[in-house]
Write a protein of this length. Structure first.
Length: 403
C-alpha cells in the first residue's frame, strides 16, 4: 500500500523545492543586496540606519545594544554553527574524508586566500590603516557562487560543482581561523577559561554518545555567551560548538546530519539574508568615481576578481601537471578557469570580516562594501559568461545538487 503524503508535506512541498534549488539562495542574496542598496539611498535611508544602529530601549545583554550587533554577533552564530556542522560531516564521512580527496581543495583554497591577500596589500600600499582589511577578499560566498552555477543548469560537469563546494568549505575553515587569530579584541582569561570548560563538557557528552539535542544546544548557547565576553568574536562559538556534536544517531542519520538538514534552510534563507540586508547598504550620496577607485575598494575588488582566479587556477594547474592531485574529472581548462573566477564572489564572509577589520570606521566600512560588491559582481558576470561559452556538457546530465 502506497503511503499517503501528509498535509504538511503537500503544503510545504513548494517551499522545499525552493530550498533544494542551486540558484535560489544566491538569487535571494542578490535581491537582498539590491534591497539594502535601495533602502540606504531612498527617502527611508534614515529609518534604515536607525533600524540597525539605533540604540535599543532594552536589551538582555549589555554588549549588544543595537540590532546590528544582535545580527552580527548572535544571529550569525547560527550561520557559523551550520558551517561547522558541514565541515565536520564532510571531513569525517564526506568529500574531504580522505587525504587524497583533500589535496586539491585544500591547495586551491589556500592559494585562493593567499593570492587575494597579496593583491590587496599590493594595491592598498603602505597605508597601515587599510592593511587590517587584508583578509576581506580571501573568502568565497558559497550561496552566491553555487547560485550562479545553478543558473547554468546542468551544463557544468558535476565534478566542478563538487569542487567549488569543497573549496568553499575549506575556504570557510580558513576564514574562521583568520577571524579567531587576527580579529580579536583584548582577551579576557576568565571568560576564556569558562568557554574552555563548556567545550570540555560538550566533548564529554560526545564521548558518552549522548544522542539528545537539548544538552548540546543548551551548552552551545552558554558557550556563545562566554565567548562573547572573552574578546574572541562570538560567532567562533558556533563553529566550536558544531565540532563537538557527535556523529551518532538513532537511525541512518547522525546528529550532525539531522542538525545540518534542520538548520541549513534557516541559515540560507533567513540568517544570511537578514545579515546581508543589515550590512550591504551603501549610501551613494556624494559618491563619485574617485571614491569607487579609492585604494580600499580597488584593493578588495582586485583581490576578489584577480587574486582569487589566479591563485585557484594556478594551484589546480600546478597540482595536475606535477601529479600532486588530478584536476576535476571531465572538466576542461576553460571550465576550470570559469569556476576559479566564480570563487571571487565574496559577500557574507567578506562583509563580516570588513566589519571586524574597520570597526567604528563607517567610511572605511562603506568603501569596503563597494569593493566587495564590485569585485563580486564582476566575478559573477565574467565567470558566468565564460562558463556559458565554454561548457559543452549536455543539459540532460543529472546534477547531484538538483535532487
Amino acid at each position: 500500500m502506497t503511503e499517503r503524503p501528509s498535509a504538511f508535506r503537500l503544503v510545504f512541498a513548494p517551499v522545499r523545492a525552493l530550498f533544494v534549488s542551486d540558484a535560489s539562495a544566491g538569487i535571494l542574496l542578490i535581491l537582498v543586496a539590491a534591497a539594502a542598496m535601495f533602502a540606504a539611498n531612498s527617502p527611508f535611508a534614515g529609518e534604515y540606519e536607525a533600524l540597525f544602529y539605533g540604540e535599543l530601549a532594552w536589551t538582555p545583554i549589555a554588549k549588544l545594544d543595537d540590532l546590528h550587533l544582535w545580527i552580527n554577533d548572535a544571529l550569525m552564530a547560527v550561520f557559523f554553527f551550520v558551517v561547522g556542522l558541514e565541515v565536520k560531516r564532510e571531513w569525517i564521512e564526506g568529500q574531504l574524508s580522505s587525504a587524497q580527496a583533500r589535496r586539491l581543495p585544500i591547495l586551491a583554497a589556500a592559494a585562493g586566500m593567499i593570492l587575494p591577500a597579496l593583491v590587496y596589500v599590493g594595491v592598498a600600499g603602505g597605508n597601515a590603516e587599510l592593511l587590517r582589511g587584508w583578509a576581506i577578499p580571501a573568502a568565497t560566498d558559497i550561496a552566491f557562487a553555487m547560485g550562479v552555477l545553478g543558473l547554468l543548469g546542468n551544463r557544468v560537469p558535476a565534478s566542478l560543482r563538487l569542487f567549488l563546494l569543497t573549496v568553499a568549505i575549506v575556504d570557510d575553515i580558513g576564514a574562521v581561523v583568520v577571524i579567531a587569530l587576527f580579529y580579536t579584541a583584548n582577551i579576557k582569561l576568565g571568560w576564556l577559561a569558562a568557554s574552555a570548560a563548556v567545550v570540555i563538557a560538550m566533548m564529554a557528552l560526545n564521548r558518552m554518545k549522548v544522542a539528545r539535542f537539548w544538552p548540546f544546544i543548551a551548552l552551545a548557547v552558554v558557550l556563545w555567551y562566554c565567548v562573547l565576553h572573552s574578546g574572541i568574536h562570538a560567532t567562533i562559538a558556533g563553529v566550536v560548538a558544531a565540532l563537538c556534536i557527535p556523529m551518532v544517531g538513532p537511525d541512518d542519520q547522525t546528529m550532525v546530519e539531522r542538525m545540518e538538514h534542520s538548520l541549513a534552510p534557516w541559515s540560507a534563507y533567513l540568517v544570511v539574508p537578514v545579515f546581508g540586508f543589515a550590512n550591504a547598504g551603501v549610501p551613494f550620496a556624494g559618491l563619485g568615481l574617485e571614491q569607487v577607485l579609492a585604494p580600499l575598494p580597488l584593493a578588495i575588488a582586485a583581490g576578489l576578481f584577480v587574486g582569487k582566479q589566479v591563485g585557484i587556477f594556478l594551484a589546480i594547474l600546478a597540482a595536475d601537471k606535477l601529479g600532486f592531485a588530478p584536476r576535476p574529472d571531465q572538466a576542461t581548462w576553460p571550465e576550470i578557469w570559469g569556476v576559479s573566477i566564480l570563487c571571487g564572489i565574496g559577500f557574507t564572509m567578506s562583509l563580516f570580516i570588513s566589519g571586524l577589520a574597520f570597526a567604528d570606521q563607517q567610511l572605511l566600512i562603506n568603501e569596503a562594501k563597494i569593493g566587495i560588491l564590485l569585485g563580486s559582481l564582476i566575478s559573477a558576470v565574467v565567470g558566468f559568461v565564460i562558463l556559458r561559452m565554454t561548457t559543452t556538457h549536455p543539459d540532460d546530465v543529472k546534477s547531484p545538487y538538483l535532487g
